[in-house]
Design a protein around this ligand. Sequence first.
Ligand SMILES: [Zn+2]
Length: 141
Amino acid sequence: MIFPHYLLPETKLLLVYIAKAKYNIQENISWCKNGDYAGATIHENKTFFICTNTILKGYNANSYLNETVNHEAVHAIHGCIGLRPLGIPLAMMPLPPRKMADINRSIALTKHEWMRRQEHEAFWLEDKPKLILKYMKHFCF
Ligand SMILES: [Zn+2]
């Protein structure tokens, strides 16, 4: 796996906890082939994967890679609590239009309308690894 080399220390630490929570961490799996995914958490088999090759082809690859790991870490926490939202009030999670569009893109890709609130949490938290770690320790251990 090459993606851990790109991660900032806090995000790298998140990866340690994702493994401790018994997720199988993978890279560039078959889901990555058509370029739709930057990464995802498959809850059915507890697979956490990052499409490093896809991310490295795009702009701002380094920060996008960190954000993707942070984002999927939030979904891993959702997995620890039966896929429910963490429960952060919407009013506390303002997002710019660009990220609101990202939520719609995610929902269109997965067809999981019931994940809209969880996506909102993941997009809001994806630049806040320290806070994600706090939630992970609270909900997964
Ligand atoms: Zn997501």
